[in-house]
Design a protein around this ligand. Structure first.
Ligand code: HEC
Length: 168
């Protein structure tokens, strides 16, 4: 028993030593290279924008169906989908952040108030703003159009719910 403890202690000390010595051998430059490699695997705009597109379409049908929690949820994760871009495209992300927090605010406010009358014009105005950013960033050929049905039809859009029902 004691011998095992001693062996374990020696192994532990050895691994700590080798870990610290390998750390000492790794110059910060190499660490930076590794961070850059990890960063290069994170999505930029194109991948999260697909999710933005779908959640944006779904949001409309959730609001229309009085499933206000689903509408709030779609809005929350439409914004959350863009998080990787805060690392991979920090400058462009600032434009997204300001879009969501300011331009898109009438939509999120209408959802919070369960007010479809306010939601509809705010939503239509948002489509114009989405496309304004596309054009401004050289992607005028990506034009969002409102769908006649949700992008994802595997959810019930008509469950009556409240915007506050979304867990934090
Ligand atoms: C900050 C500017 C900006 C805003 C705001 C913005 N987009 Fe985009 N979007 C882009 C860029 C840039 C691309 C092209 C992606 C790329 O080349 O990496 C794009 C691409 C897309 C695509 C195509 C994705 C694909 O590859 O299939 C869709 C769909 C889309 N956006 C939907 C929307 C919707 C809906 C909104 C509004 C709720 C919106 N976008 C708001 C910048 C923006």
């Amino acid at each position: 028993m004691r011998r095992i403890t001693r062996i374990a202690a020696v192994c532990l000390a050895g691994s700590v030593l080798s870990a610290s010595s390998s750390f000492a051998q790794d110059p910060p430059k190499d660490l930076q290279k590794q961070i850059d490699q990890v960063k290069s695997t994170l999505p930029k705009f194109a991948i999260p924008m697909r999710e933005v597109g779908d959640r944006f379409q779904n949001m409309y049908f959730a609001a229309k169906g009085d499933n206000w929690a689903l509408a709030a949820y779609m809005s929350k994760y439409m914004n959350g989908a863009m998080n990787p871009a805060s690392v991979t495209k920090p400058d462009e992300y600032k434009t997204w952040k300001s879009f969501y927090e300011n331009t898109f605010a009438p939509v999120t406010k209408a959802i919070a108030a369960k007010d479809f009358k306010a939601f509809e014009p705010a939503y239509t105005a948002a489509i114009g703003a989405c496309n304004g950013c596309h054009a401004g960033m050289g992607y005028g050929f990506i034009k969002v159009v409102k769908l006649g049905a949700p992008a994802n039809n595997g959810i019930d859009y008509k469950i009556k719910s409240n915007p506050g029902d979304v867990p934090p």
